[in-house]
Design a protein around this ligand. Structure first.
Ligand SMILES: [Zn+2]
Length: 116
């Protein structure tokens, strides 16, 4: 027999309680998951989140969210690697291209003299 998983609404989302519960249910069912966290940013109904999980999973949720926050923070701290060639306008996302200001399209370094 399938256990019924009650949606939990935590923290600031209590003000909009329930607005993403249906979406969380859909995601949980599609993923055949024991728990889900759905975070919506700037949706038509506004921002919010819904958590659906067995109570036993909640302690793991705290660690998971910290890991997510750390990963986002690390991405923000990483230097931008995109580099756009001033000669042809092609953008490279290869970190070495940006570092050396090399354009694979022109096959030249940005500081090299233009081809004759
Ligand atoms: Zn170029």
């Amino acid at each position: 027999m399938a256990k019924r998983i009650e949606p939990l609404t935590l923290g600031p989302a209590k003000r909009g309680a329930g607005k993403y519960d249906d979406l969380a249910t859909l995601v949980r069912q599609q993923a055949a998951a024991q728990g889900v966290v759905v975070i919506v940013i700037g949706g038509p109904a506004g921002s919010g989140f819904s958590v659906q999980a067995e109570p036993a999973l909640l302690p793991h949720l705290v660690g998971l969210l910290r890991t997510m926050a750390d990963a986002v923070e690390a991405d923000l701290a990483r230097p931008e690697t995109a580099w756009t060639c001033p000669r042809c306008g092609v953008t490279s996302h290869h970190p070495v291209d940006a570092q050396q200001r090399y354009c694979a399209n022109c096959r030249r370094f940005a500081d090299e003299a233009p081809l004759p």
